[in-house]
Design a protein around this ligand. Structure first.
Ligand code: 5AD
Ligand code: SF4
Length: 467
């Protein structure tokens, strides 16, 4: 093939929102290098796998995906396979020893160098490994392309300095580093000019944004983003409870665009386990933060992460976790079985919990939480909520949720508290039927375990996009 012709690139992303954001940047940079995105693996000239190392299961997905590419590479030897992200950073050259047909391994700091690495792999016909961790944050150019997206992510900081004893992030994402407010704001403005209405700010611990570099505080950054014309909603993730300041709690009252939802991972309700995890707060201190948040905004939705079966977790420790879940009454939970990670100190901790026990505890957590999630959704019925319409409902029909009409077209959006609301078009007030990106007031009619259903009562008129 002529090297100047347009080539196809398939990107497969595993893991968190930060990886999704990184993959968007990869797509943008590689497009400038002549690669167009394709949805077909077999049509690709370049396959990029963006990986996650947070739990063993995520890492297994990486190797099973790569395993499935063996035949394709045999048939198409000129195909370039590039593996990036956290597993690439963690394993480096070992990935090539295990899967010899991988051409490029690029770490979490090497994303900006990928076009060059691919070029080198092609021209020199040799394997390339670039896993050097950056000491300074690399500012991507603000040329983001979100064709048509209503919501999107912006990374405000990278890495983590907290060293929770179970976690691989500090080793694969490096030291905590924050971007400047000017660059963040410029990126959000550019996204807004392309139609973005809601931004989710990403960082491993946004509460410590800018501290090391003596930039502004995170609440100050939020206040500056709140001033950007055209942005309707601001969300952020993730907050470490130990760094949740009163100033940030007050932002939920003072900033009109800041959504009423916080993801505040607790990990465990047992003080003994929290200490072993190096989380630097107790169950009571965590509960005080929850009380503080609800005092400022009684409607605020609180979600969390829980790890079950951490080494040394007894029945009594596990009961402390269940009690904390009951006392908080979360809006939603992500629960995980503890998994040993390379480099993370807990991998060497004694008293490992058997897999069967972890499985059983995970199910108990999910069962306890399911009641709260449904109760909270049912409490919404009859209320009127403002939602931002993101587009057509993704799951159609929702077979699990017994919708009245299986074939009915539905729009989907989220409330400020991040609850999904679906609604149909019947009885619309405007003939312009594209609701994407508009704020709509919806009366909630029905509650399901993972979504709500409503009827629009007010739809804001079509908006002129800022030029
Ligand atoms: N085992 C299980 N869960 C983990 N998490 C992070 N590391 C591990 C691990 N080794 C979970 C935490 C974190 C979420 C993103 O993943 O709950 O908040
Ligand atoms: Fe991992 Fe803890 Fe940092 Fe979160 S705060 S990324 S769990 S080390």
């Amino acid at each position: 093939m002529n090297d100047n012709s347009l080539k196809n690139m398939y990107i497969h992303t595993i893991g968190c929102q930060m990886n999704v954001y990184d993959s968007e940047r990869i797509a943008r940079d590689m497009k400038a290098a002549g690669y167009d995105l394709t949805q077909s693996v077999s049509a690709a000239d370049l396959i990029v796998l963006n990986t996650c190392a947070i739990r063993e299961k995520a890492e297994q997905k990486v190797f099973s995906f790569l395993g499935r590419l063996a035949d394709l590479k045999k048939k198409k030897p000129e195909l370039i396979i590039a593996v990036g992200g956290c597993v690439a950073q963690q394993e480096g050259r070992k990935i090539i020893s295990r899967i010899p047909y991988v051409d490029v391994v690029f770490g979490t700091s090497a994303i900006g160098r990928l076009p060059n690495l691919v070029r080198q792999a092609k021209s020199r016909r040799r394997r390339i490994v670039d896993v050097e961790l950056a000491e300074k944050i690399e500012e991507a150019e603000n040329t983001a392309e979100y064709p048509d997206a209503v919501t999107g992510f912006v990374t405000i900081m990278q890495g983590c300095d907290n060293y929770c004893s179970y976690c691989v992030v500090p080793y694969v994402r490096g030291r905590e580093m924050s971007r400047t407010p000017e660059n963040i704001i410029a990126e959000i403005r550019s996204l807004v000019s392309m139609g973005l209405r809601e931004v989710t700010l990403l960082g491993q611990n946004v509460n410590s944004y800018g501290k090391k570099e003596k930039l502004c505080s995170f609440p100050d950054l939020l206040a500056r983003i709140n001033e950007i014309e055209g942005i309707r909603r601001i969300r952020f993730t993730t907050s470490h409870p130990k760094d949740l300041s009163d100033e940030l709690i007050h932002a939920f009252r003072d900033l009109d665009k800041l959504c009423g939802h916080i993801h505040l991972p607790v990990q465990s309700g047992s003080d003994h386990i929290l200490k072993l995890m190096n989380r630097k707060y107790s169950g009571e201190q965590y509960l005080e933060k929850v009380v503080g948040l609800r005092k400022i905004n009684p409607e605020i939705a609180i979600t969390s992460d829980i790890i079950v079966g951490f080494p040394g977790e007894t029945e009594s420790d596990f009961n402390d976790t269940l009690n904390l879940i009951r006392r908080v009454a979360y809006d939603g939970l992500f629960a995980f079985k503890y998994s040993d990670r390379p480099n993370a100190p807990a991998a060497c901790f004694p008293d490992k919990v058997p897999e069967e026990k972890k499985k059983e505890r995970l199910q108990t957590v999910l069962d306890v939480q399911a009641v709260f999630t449904l109760d909270k959704n049912e409490a919404m019925v009859g209320k009127t909520e403002e939602i931002l319409v993101e587009g057509p409902s993704r799951k159609q029909p929702d077979v699990n949720e017994n919708t009245e009409s299986d074939s009915e077209f539905q729009w989907s959006g989220r409330t400020s508290a991040n609850k999904i609301v679906n609604f149909s078009e019947e009885g619309q007030i405007f003939c312009d039927r594209n609701f994407k990106g508009r704020m709509i007031r919806v009366r909630i009619d029905r509650a399901f375990p993972h979504s709500l259903r409503g009827t629009p009562v007010y739809i804001e008129p079509p908006e002129c996009k800022p030029s």
